[in-house]
Design a protein around this ligand. Sequence first.
Ligand SMILES: Nc1ncnc2c1ncn2[C@@H]1O[C@H](COP(=O)(O)OP(=O)(O)OP(=O)(O)O)[C@@H](O)[C@H]1O
Length: 588
Amino acid sequence: MGMREKYALTAEGAKNIRLGAFWTVVVNLVAMFGVGFFFYLMEQLIASLTEGVPLPDMVPYAVGLVVFAVVLWVAHWFQYDYTYGKTYRESGKQRISLGERMRELPLSFFGKRDLADLTETIMTDATTMEHVYSHVLPYLYGTYISTAIIAVCLLVFNWQLAIAALWSVPVAFAILFWSRRFSAPLMRKTRACALAMTENTQEMLECVREIRATNQVASYLKQADGYIDRLEKTMFKSEVGAGIPVQSTQAIMRFGIATTILAGSLMLADGSIGFMVMFGFLLVVSRIYAPFDQSMLMLAELFMATEVAAPRMKALYDEVAATGSEDFSPQGHDVTFEDVTFSYGEGDEPVVSNVSFVAKEGDVTALVGPSGSGKSTLTKLAARFWDADGGRVLVGGVDASTIDPEALLKDYSVVFQDVLLFDDTVMGNIRLGRRDATDEEVLAAAKAAMCDDFVRKLPQGYDTMIGENGSKLSGGERQRISIARALLKNSPIVLLDEATASLDVENESQVQEALSNLLAGKTVIVIAHRMRTVMNADKIVVLDEGRVVEQGSPAELLEQNGLFSRMVKLQSESSGWSLVGTKASGED
Ligand SMILES: Nc1ncnc2c1ncn2[C@@H]1O[C@H](COP(=O)(O)OP(=O)(O)OP(=O)(O)O)[C@@H](O)[C@H]1O
């Protein structure tokens, strides 16, 4: 596997890491040269002290020293720039491209992937890789190459002593790589446990109200305790699994010093080497292991990166992006379902089957049917949140699956029940509908969506921060903000999960008024919960178990005496039953 693939690098990133390694080699060799330089000077000094040899002229040495310092400084500068400056830029690029990737992926991807898992990839995996690019890879490559060069020099100088000094390095590495087969699964397990714990915590925070309301606090805390315990145990095993091999290989490497002393003493005794050679070898050997110690620790991190973080990032890049033409020129805005079949998972039972109907521009098309009959799914297919498995969804005669999702969504306003607001001002939240809208346009939309009254009562009016997901607002207020956003966007197609079901009477009439402002003249597909909407619709599509069982105007359907008319009859007989199985209110 190439370096780029293994470490999820760009071509430039791989090049910079190679250059970082190159400059690390230069720094190491220059530093080693410095050791040799001082060693030579010492040899001269000892010769002068013991044998009375006159000291050589010091000027060239002084110049040499200055040149050495300058070269070392320059090499360090380049090493720093390539290993840190440029690799951090690589990491920056990678984070941006992860963000871009999120933008390209179909919305369905976010439905099937766990959010905590994605956050882990964007935050933790990217950080792991960042550290590997900047601190680990250039250092490791640089150290190994420079040590190999030094080892060759030692072998040429005195191969017997060199072998006595260096044999322990390959042995130590062989043990470390062998131990990987035990430590890698432990690392993966630790990661999975950490992820499960994060997911559990996130779920607990998201559902805190429900958990309290249903008296589940104790059982949830117990569950959380279990996740933490499991993580603690696997982390402990994983640390021991990685720590023991690292510590023992570091110790094994030190045997090299012992064998150098042993072989050196023997050779010194039989006169085949002089004291200074022995001394020089010991000096080099004592230095040569230090970077390996460091690299043993780094290898553990590198294993983690190549076994876990890089594959997870790669998996994100391997996901099929939702692509399509950015040029979207529909003829009108009729939304046509042509024999559409769809299931959420490969091989699953279809949740909609052979659905065909047209939602005409200027008409309100109401989707009606029992819970789970596929109403929401059809609206998601209409906006290409998902692609149909069979048949086509046409927007103004253009197959939606051929259009870039962002280009397509420009023509859609979506008002679903689960309104999403950002921790921003009221103004900022409404302006999300159209970024370039003026303040006046935002205010006009807010007024039309019946937001103005309650917004003016907020402490800072339109500049009030509304808290995470609008936590400082009521349900009805949040919905009206979402309608204001849709009004501002003023798109020709409106998808509406009838947002009024949970509102009180006063709120409801205001929201209804806001909605009628939004809907005029558009292609409207509404998931209808209320009889009033259903009866005022231009067309009703009745769904049952993912199939269209009836379609037509309310009058036509009532005449047909089919499922729809049975539903209406049932509802008028029993106020406790509504079209979608929710409790109907009196005014219906
Ligand atoms: N993201 C998903 N992954 C897998 N299955 C899903 C997903 N969303 C919905 N389903 C399934 O698809 C079927 C249709 O769901 P859908 O939400 O479209 O029904 P609905 O008619 O809108 O229901 P309701 O009125 O209760 O909102 C259901 O059986 C549901 O369990």
